[in-house]
Ligand binder design. Structure first.
Ligand code: FAD
Length: 435
């Protein structure tokens, strides 16, 4: 196994960086066990990293990082059950293409597919669709390497409590080495993108989320315009072309966002005018392609992000309150606000635990001030009983989480039992888990 010493690490957005003593690059399950045991022997912490796309300091440590960059690929496929067992470091994009070759596809994905399967599941990463849960709900089984070096098989029927806790666990219970995912036969999606008004989206909301497999919109703050996207399974088998997608996303979505973000950064007082001009660049049109080719978009414009899940029935009310707050406080916002919906589940630390949820994400172009904006939105999210996305910025600590997660104590009991010495902790996770 390759090991780097004193090499610096940083996350995608550049908001978190550290120089750990060692970075391990396992290529096998045994390498993972060896790295865990080395850290334990030296009484040091070890944090596992996927693609480093989380905005929170989940990975930050001065001790050890275990990177899954060289630990990827499919172990086995059960075509009859529509399941695949994969190494936990497998990147979602690569996975999607490997599954297509076997006539299979994932049920849903988020905005990007650069994450690893374990990293995405571990923070409750989600896409959109009222009939669909977050990515962790697609897990049928996983194998967990614990602080003792034990290898635990976990599913609904085997170590079932650890399974429910481990589906979303921020790498705090141990290191997941293998994941079995529930899949579907490969399918085509018809994507419809249009420029719409916020008022129209609000008026049609219930119908839109019930009549489309996937529905989301991006609202441009300080305007009445949205970029609205629906996706539905279609029997039409067409490939609208990766070039068209590339052109639309790179040139228009990223290019326009980059230009608008920079203009807002240099001339913050003009943000409202810049957003109004940006509404004419909202992409429109229709595309049909295999699901693995359409769920995700290219995202190279760097930003900071906070996202909360609020109970579905309060979603629109929360957005309206944010809209009013931005207007009243004259906040300069450089980035669209994203609105998605996700079905409830029964995973202990899922933001959608037992509540169909509206996920509302606020972003800020890197280099723009964001603290006042995010804090104002967070107060509104919290008033509505919101729970933060585990991979995105928030200001909550253990005391707050205890109040909003009914299974918090169950999770904590399992965590303390599996990792009594805090091998998988770091200062950030201490603030999350320790009162
Ligand atoms: C541009 C961009 C777009 C995004 N879009 C979306 C979106 O559409 N929807 C959404 O919900 N989120 C989105 N996110 C957030 C992102 O999906 C999550 O932060 C996700 O966790 C990142 O995956 P990763 O592989 O980079 O994990 P990392 O950030 O590397 O790790 C995340 C957590 O998982 C743990 N972990 C990783 N591997 C393992 C393992 N093998 N065993 C146990 N624990 C493990 C880590 O310790 C850490 O706590 C986006 C982020 C960015 C930067």
């Amino acid at each position: 196994m390759k090991i780097f010493t004193q090499k610096s690490w940083q996350n995608w957005s550049g908001s978190v960086s550290c120089t750990p003593k060692k970075i391990f690059f396992p290529t096998s399950e045994q390498d993972i066990i060896d790295a865990v045991q080395q850290a334990k022997y030296k009484k040091q912490n070890i944090r596992v990293v996927g693609s480093g796309h989380s905005f929170t300091p989940l990975i930050e440590t001065e001790d050890n990082i275990l990177s899954l960059k060289q630990y990827h690929g499919i172990y086995s496929i059960d075509e009859e059950k529509c399941e695949a067992t994969v190494k936990s470091g497998t990147q979602l994009r690569a996975l999607g293409q490997m599954l297509l070759d076997r006539g299979l596809a994932m049920q849903n994905l988020g905005d990007i597919d650069c994450q690893t399967i374990a990293g995405a599941a571990s923070t409750g990463t989600h896409g959109t669709g009222l009939s669909l849960g977050n990515i962790a709900t697609q897990i049928a089984r996983f194998t967990l390497i614990t602080a003792n070096g034990d290898v635990l098989e976990c599913s609904e029927t085997q170590n079932s409590e650890i399974f429910k806790a481990g589906q979303i666990s921020l790498g705090s219970l141990g290191i997941i080495s293998k994941i079995t995912i529930k899949l579907m036969p490969k399918y085509y999606l018809k994507v419809e993108k249009k420029r719409c008004t916020l008022d129209q989206n609000i008026a049609d909301f219930t119908q839109s989320i019930n009549n489309n497999r996937h529905f989301e919109f991006f609202w441009l703050p300080n305007t009445n315009y949205t970029y609205t996207k629906t996706m539905n399974i279609t029997s039409e088998k067409r490939d609208s072309g990766t070039w068209r997608k590339y052109f639309s996303e790179i040139i228009f979505e990223n290019g326009a966002l980059f230009t608008m973000g920079n203009l807002c950064r240099i001339f913050p007082k003009w943000s409202q005018k810049i957003n109004s001009m940006g509404t004419s660049l909202i992409p429109q049109g229709e595309e049909i392609n295999l699901s693995a080719n359409v769920f995700s978009s290219y995202r190279w414009v760097k930003f900071h992000e906070m996202e909360y899940a609020v109970p579905l029935e309060k979603g629109i009310e929360v957005l309206q309150e944010i809209e009013k707050w931005i207007r009243d406080k004259n906040i300069n916002v450089s980035f669209p606000i994203e609105f998605r919906v996700v079905n409830e589940d029964d995973i202990y630390l899922s933001p959608a635990y037992k509540k169909p949820s509206a996920y509302i994400a606020v972003h800020s172009f890197r280099g723009m001030p964001y603290k006042e904006y995010f804090a104002g939105c967070e107060a509104i999210f919290r008033k509505a009983g919101g729970r933060p996305h585990w991979g995105k910025m928030h200001n909550l600590t253990a005391k707050d989480f205890k109040d909003i997660y009914p299974k918090w104590d169950n999770f904590q009991k399992i965590r303390r039992k599996l990792d009594p010495e805090g091998l998988f902790m770091n200062p950030y996770l201490q603030s999350v888990f320790e009162e």
